[in-house]
Design a protein around this ligand. Sequence first.
Ligand code: NAD
Ligand code: TYD
Length: 358
Amino acid sequence: MSMELRKYKTILVTGGAGFIGNHVVRHMVKKYPQTKVVNLDKLTYAGNLENLRDIENAENYVFEKVCITDVKETARVFQTHKPDVVIHLAAESHVDRSIVSPLEFVETNTVGTANLLNQAKNLWIAEGFAGKLFYQVSTDEVYGSLGPSGYFNEETKYDPRSPYSASKAAADHLVMAYYHTFGLPVVITNCSNNYGPYQFPEKLIPLIINNIRHGRPLPVYGDGSNVRDWLYVTDHVTAIDLAAHQGRIGETYNVGGHNEHRNLTIVQTLCDLVDGKLGNTQGTSRNLITFVRDRPGHDQRYAIDADKIKSELGWTPAINLKEGLSLTVDWYFDNDRWLENVTSGAYKEYYEKMYKVT
Ligand code: NAD
Ligand code: TYD
C-alpha cells in the first residue's frame, strides 16, 4: 500500500517531559533539525526536564510549561507556534493512582484531550485541514482484559476497566468524534506496556529495579500471574514517528512487541539480572519477592496483534525483551542520581533553576 509522507514545519508534543514523551522529543529534535519541536508540559510529579538535558539547548526545541486543560494558555501556545501536527502524550498514566483519584484522570486525560482537539480545530479550520494531524497516543488498556488466549486487534471493542483506561477510552472516542463530525485529521495508536530509561519508578519495572538496589521488598500484586506485553520505549517511538508521518487519516493502529510475560517472570528476571551484575549469589534478590494484596479490578492479560502497523507502515520492534531488560537495568544503575532525584523530589528544582523561576 503506498503511503503519503507528510512533512511538518512545527510539531507540538504534549507530555514531552514524561517517560515516553522525552524519547519522542529527543527523536524528533535530532531526526528533523529543520522542524521546530514544541514541548508542552505541566510538569506534574511525572514530568522532569532533566530527562531532556541533552537537547534542551537545541535550536529547534522550545519548552512551554502549560496545563492541557488551560483553555487560554493552550490557545496562546497554538497561536504562537502554529503547529501542523499535535502528538498528544500528556496524561495521568498510572493505574494505581487512578484508583485513588479518578477525577484527576478524567480532568487531564479526557477534558484535556477535548480542549486540545478544539484548539487544533480552531487553528487549522481557517487554512484547511490538509497536511495537518492530531495524533492521539493511547493504550491497549482501553480494550479491557483478555483470557488465556487471543489478541487485541483494531476491531476489538473498547471495554476499559480502570479509571485510567476509561479516561483514555473516552479521550479516544472524542478524537474519533472530531474526525467524523468536523473532519479533523486524526490518527490513534494503542500501545502495550512500555519500559526503558527515564520511566518513573512507580511502574513495575523501574520500581522493582529501585527496590532491589535498596534491598527493599519487591511487591507482586496477587499471585503474579497477570500478563503484560512489554515493548522497549524506543520501539514505541519509531512507531509514533511512522504513524505521525504516514499513518492513514482516521485510522487506529495497535503497537506491541509480542513479548507477553507473567509479572512474576519479569520480576524474577530482573532479580537474576541484577544479581549477575552485582556478582551476588543467584537467588539473593528473589528472596525479596513479596506477594501483596491484588489491585482492584486488575486486568488479567494484555496482548497485542500488531499486524496492521507492520504490514501498512513497515514497523517492527528492534529490541527483544532480554536485551531491553538488560539495557534498562544498566541504565538505572548508571543513573542512580536521576533515581535519587525523582524519589526525593529534588528534580523539581531543576526547572526552577533552568527557567529562573523565583
Ligand atoms: P508519564 O506519566 O511518564 O508522563 C506524562 C507527562 O504528561 C508528564 O511529563 C506530565 O508532566 C505531563 N502531564 C500530565 N498532566 C498534564 C497536564 N494536565 N498538562 C500538561 N502536561 C501534563 O506517562 P508516559 O508513560 O510517558 O505515557 C505517555 C502517554 O503514553 C500517555 O498518554 C499514556 O496513556 C500513553 N501510553 C503509555 C504507555 C506506558 O506503558 N507508559 C503505554 C501506552 C500508552
Ligand atoms: P504497571 O507498571 O503499573 O502498568 P499497568 O498497570 O499499566 O499494566 O503494572 C504492570 C503490572 O505489574 C500490572 O499487572 C500490575 C503489576 N504490578 C505489581 O505486581 N507490583 C507493583 O508494584 C506494580 C507497580 C505493578
